[in-house]
Design a protein around this ligand. Structure first.
Ligand code: ASP
Length: 439
């Protein structure tokens, strides 16, 4: 049995948090590969070390004074080292970092030092071997992640190590330049390590006890999701349910390794288990989660005999592609098509886009309507269960909410509904009540 454990920034923000992490690792000898984030916020007003590093590096590049912020960063680490009574001194590392900042080693290099230094501390404190992620995580010259090369390299490197700390978030390009994943990317590193060592479980330790059925800012104290499939999670996280980086599921998914989201501050809580569809138990409720996003617009097009107009949709999509607009949904009627897009993608190009669409697709009527919110009701339990859509619509209609768009994929894993952004919170509440409270 082998587990890879990734600890997020708040789990490693102070010496006190490091002590909890050590207790967790020592409580289970199979927790043998550790992926740390950089120190995160100690309280809601605090700043993440990653953000401090970006600030510091930007100041260096702008020729502004940077010493104060650099000292604050150093203090974050010395406080941890002192609080843990470690015989460790990072002066040499900091001198090197400052030198590289002055040589303009890049923003990614700057940001990556948060994880790098926290990894050195964690390895020292746990008595594990430190493995620099720059030696095992590979990107190509353009910064694309090279999954197979990385998997080989990581597998070979870790084969002889029973216990190791591999800092999250970064790797290196062929010329050795440091490159990072997008923000929150230590989750991806954890998943990559889990795949490489063929772990039985990837534990992702954070500051919440798993995924909640819906946003606690909208529904107070929603239930925690016990088990969710990778596919359900994809649907929910795309629609805004945070906690795990969107790309973190791919490496483990291909290796059928479950992910357990756990809470460093409440390790006894079961958390949420993310599993392949084939291993998923029957779900407790018909739906697994409800998520949504505001700020969508509908590009609404009407054209007589649209359905017999060869190439109509292709031409429409081509115009959108040329404007870098990504259609989220595209419900069609016989003579109408509505393209739902993120409103921000229209910024600065509404007029040009309108002109071009009118020219190419020659609609009878054309309109861009703003202020749409999308809600995804997701659940493997809704497959072939009759009446799920009815219940969603009944809940909304009783709350006097007008449905402006409906989209259900043939996988029957989700129902997407479009409503006015002003009805967003109310809609989520009534759907939650209908499916979770009343079941
Ligand atoms: N430290 C990085 C960030 O703040 C990466 C991570 O925590 O996963 O985004």
């Amino acid at each position: 049995m082998k587990k890879v454990v990734k600890f997020g920034g708040s789990s490693l923000a102070s010496a006190r948090q490091f002590k909890k992490v050590k207790a967790i690792i020592e409580a289970d000898k199979t927790r043998c590969y550790v992926v740390p984030s950089a120190p995160g916020k100690r309280d809601s007003k605090d700043t993440k070390v990653t953000d401090m590093l970006y600030q510091c590096y930007d100041a260096v590049c702008a020729g502004e004074s940077y010493k104060r912020i650099l000292d604050q960063i150093k203090k974050r680490y010395t406080d941890i080292i002192d609080g843990l009574d470690l015989n460790l001194n990072l002066d040499f590392e900091f001198a090197k970092i400052e030198e590289n900042f002055l040589k303009k080693a890049g923003r990614d290099y700057a940001a990556s030092r948060g994880e790098y230094l926290n990894g050195i501390i964690a390895a020292n404190y746990l008595g594990f071997t430190f493995v620099d992620a720059a030696d095992v995580i590979r990107f190509d010259a353009e910064g694309n992640f090279l999954s197979e090369e990385t998997n080989e390299e990581m597998r070979e490197h870790l084969a002889s190590l029973k216990q190791a700390v591999i800092p999250g978030f970064y790797g290196a390009k062929p010329d050795g330049t440091i490159h990072t994943f997008s923000r929150g990317g230590s989750d991806i590193t954890g998943s990559i390590v889990a795949r490489a060592v063929q772990a039985d479980l990837y534990e992702n330790w954070t500051d919440v006890s798993g995924f909640l059925v819906t946003d606690p800012h909208i529904v107070p104290n929603p239930e925690t999701i016990e088990t969710i499939t990778y596919r359900e999670l994809r649907e929910l996280s795309y629609m805004g349910a945070g906690v795990l980086h969107e790309d973190a599921i791919f490496p483990v998914r291909s290796a059928n390794i479950p992910i357990n989201i756990k809470n460093t501050n409440a390790p006894q809580d079961a958390g949420t288990l993310i599993v392949p569809t084939s291993h998923a138990p029957a779900s407790e409720h018909v739906i697994t989660g409800i998520a949504g996003k505001k700020n969508f617009s509908v590009i609404s097009i009407e054209k007589d005999r649209m359905n017999s107009n060869k190439g109509f949709l292709r031409k429409l999509l081509q115009v959108l592609e040329n404007h870098d607009i990504f259609p989220e949904h595209m419900p069609t009627g016989i003579d109408t098509v509505s393209v739902v897009v993120n409103s921000s993608e229209l910024d600065g190009q509404r007029e040009k886009l309108t002109e071009r669409l009118v020219e190419v697709v020659k609609p009878d009527h054309f309109e861009i309507i703003d202020g749409l919110a999308l809600i995804a009701v997701v659940g493997r339990g809704m497959r072939s269960v009759k009446g799920t859509a009815t219940r969603v619509f009944a809940a909304l209609s009783h709350a006097n909410i007008n449905i402006r768009m409906i989209d259900q994929g043939s996988s029957e894993l989700n129902i997407i509904i479009g409503i006015n952004a002003g009805d967003f919170d109310k809609a989520i509440k009534v759907i939650y009540d209908m499916f979770i409270l009343s079941e």
